[in-house]
Design a protein around this ligand. Structure first.
Ligand code: NAP
Length: 425
């Protein structure tokens, strides 16, 4: 029997699917004890802090994560900041292999004038804010103006556009963070413009997300039919399947009669941002369009143009991911998820991707290392490790508070409050 010990850094979808792939490979000859490290006291990564609160179905994958966590050989070591509390090199020496699954949490920048103005916010921060990520709850978000511009035409731009446009009454039964729900409740924003630098045929949305837009009760979704006609003709006779599905969905939206709502979500195509303008506050965005230069007034800009990985000691950034060869970095170090392939793909994409990396990893494993437990090392450093049992207490309390208010959960947004709760048990 070969008993290996694997460290996974990051408790998001890619980390869990890597763990699942290892669990699936266990047999009478080989076993894997998995320690999953997570910076926050709460696991699930983007499923908790990234997925839009009005998309609860997508979050149901957390049940799969909890099943993975229930395996005998699995330990959650949350509230441990790898790179600060313990280094990647230390993990590499303690474990047979280390799998980094820390995603790409930084928003890309446009590199145009005005990006530093007040109320120009990256989706990376804005999404964490409305999802109650403890490090972003104090983000300054001013929704006192009537118009918002979202730059980018991917699913994140769509999430942000919906969250800004929707009547917050529709969010009351979601797990939107309480501070964000209050700010959205007071919001004066009524027109949200999702802006794409290319035509609709090149938009990065996916069709299911487009198809659900007309179902938002409180919002009129506005797409100019001429934009879609132009896109259909540019896409030619034999467009790729996802392009055709997107264009069909957008065409149907463009033809729908108005619901005469006071809240509107507009799509502007072929609008390349040139500058964000204003004094102390943002006032407009200047775009280059086929019709010439246009200025669109706004009081808030959210850029949703993709993500970059953070600086991480022991990993080299190359483009939008860490340097790797099919997930292998060097020695016994691997990356999975957005850390490996850049910020692309839906949650499910991580399943096959992580499984392929784990296959490579397992094929390279040799003699198992002698067991040295990381827990006493962390305890000596006075790190308060949040275990699976501790997380269950936090989770149960959030769900209990949610039941009282008819929501799936009311999230803790302060690490100190979570640790206080644990101190009571
Ligand atoms: P994305 O899909 O790569 O879209 C990024 C968008 O930003 C593109 O429209 C891109 O336009 C635009 N962009 C990039 N640089 C720009 C610039 N300098 N100026 C103007 N526009 C610029 O990225 P994402 O929206 O961040 O999503 C990341 C991944 O997560 C995607 O795979 C997405 O499907 C997934 N996701 C899925 C869901 C869901 O399933 N519901 C929700 C959220 C995210 P160009 O194409 O012209 O470069």
């Amino acid at each position: 029997m070969r008993a290996y010990r694997i460290a996974i850094v990051g408790a998001g979808p890619a980390g869990y699917f890597a763990a699942q792939a290892l669990q699936n490979r266990q047999s009478a000859e080989v076993s894997f004890a998995i320690d999953m490290f997570e910076k926050l006291p709460t696991p699930w990564g983007l499923v908790r802090s990234g997925v839009a609160p009005d998309h609860p179905k997508i979050k149901s994958v957390s049940k799969v994560f909890e099943k993975i966590a229930s395996d005998e050989g699995f330990r959650l070591l949350a509230n441990v900041n790898v790179g600060v509390d313990i280094s990647l090199d230390e993990l590499k020496s303690l474990y047979d292999a280390v799998v980094v699954a820390i995603g790409a949490p930084k928003g890309k920048t446009l590199g145009i004038p005005g990006e530093g103005l007040k109320n120009v916010i990256s989706s990376a921060n804005f999404v964490y804010w409305y999802n109650g990520h403890p490090e972003y709850i104090d983000l300054e978000v001013d929704l006192s103006g009537s118009q918002a511009i979202v730059i980018g035409a991917g699913n994140v731009a769509m999430d942000v556009g919906r969250m800004l446009a929707i009547d917050p009454q529709e969010l009351v039964t979601t797990d939107t963070a309480e501070h964000a729900l209050q700010t959205l409740h007071d919001s004066k924003i009524r027109d949200v413009y999702i802006t794409a630098r290319r035509g609709a045929e090149s938009a990065a949305f996916t069709a299911p997300e487009l198809r659900e837009l007309p179902d938002i009760e409180s919002v009129d979704v506005i797409i100019d039919e001429r934009d879609i006609d132009g896109a259909i003709s540019r896409a030619g006779n034999d467009p790729e399947k996802h392009v055709k599905s997107n264009l069909d969905a957008m065409h149907s939206i463009s033809m729908a009669p108005t619901k005469n709502r006071s809240r509107r979500l507009h799509f502007l195509f072929q609008h390349r941002p040139l500058s964000i303008n204003g004094g102390s506050e943002v006032e407009s965005v200047t775009f280059e369009t086929p019709q010439g230069i246009v200025d669109v007034p706004c009081n808030l800009v959210v850029t949703a143009i993709g993500y970059l990985p953070s600086e991480f000691p022991g990993l080299l950034r190359r483009d939008s991911q860490y340097e790797n060869q099919n997930g292998w970095v060097a020695d016994n170090l691997y990356v999975v998820g957005w850390a490996k392939r850049g910020p692309q793909g839906v949650i499910g994409t991580n399943k096959s991707d992580a499984a392929a990396v784990m296959e490579t990893m397992v094929s390279k494993l040799k003699e198992a290392k002698p067991r040295i437990d990381v827990l006493p090392i962390l305890q000596e450093r006075e790190i308060q490790v949040v275990s699976q049992r501790d997380w269950t207490l936090i989770n149960d309390e959030e769900v209990r508070r949610g039941v009282e208010q008819g929501k799936p959960r009311v999230k803790f947004t302060s690490v100190a409050e979570m640790l206080d709760l644990l101190a009571l048990h």
